[in-house]
Ligand binder design. Structure first.
Ligand code: ZN
Length: 107
């Protein structure tokens, strides 16, 4: 990025009359507010991304051994299938939810 010569701008501004300086002042104030607003928007976006990540952080992966229920299967004799990974989390209404993730633990 090219370095902007602020001193040069100041030297030029020093040549301005009162009316021109007021105009410049108004422009600078507007520009500052504009940049600050853009900065705030960036922060708000980062905040919402963080809280989304936090919600994701409430999701836990659990490895479970399961019975398939088929008659005569090894699991009926106590040799369960798995481990399979299930994700558990609470949704917005506080209900516990779960989903099958896969045979391998993905964490
Ligand atoms: Zn089985």
């Amino acid at each position: 990025m090219k370095l902007i010569d602020v001193e040069w701008i100041e030297r030029q501004a020093a040549k301005l009359n009162l009316e021109q300086l007021r105009r410049l002042d108004a422009w600078v104030s507007d520009r500052i507010r504009q940049l600050e607003a853009a900065d705030d928007a960036t922060h708000e976006k980062a905040d919402s991304e963080r809280s989304a990540k936090k919600r994701g952080g409430n999701r836990i992966n659990v490895q479970e051994y399961v019975r398939c229920g088929k008659e005569g299967c090894k699991c009926a004799r106590g040799e369960l299938h798995g481990p399979y990974t299930y994700a558990y989390w609470r949704d917005e209404s506080g209900r516990m939810r779960s989903a099958y993730v896969g045979k391998e633990l993905k964490q």
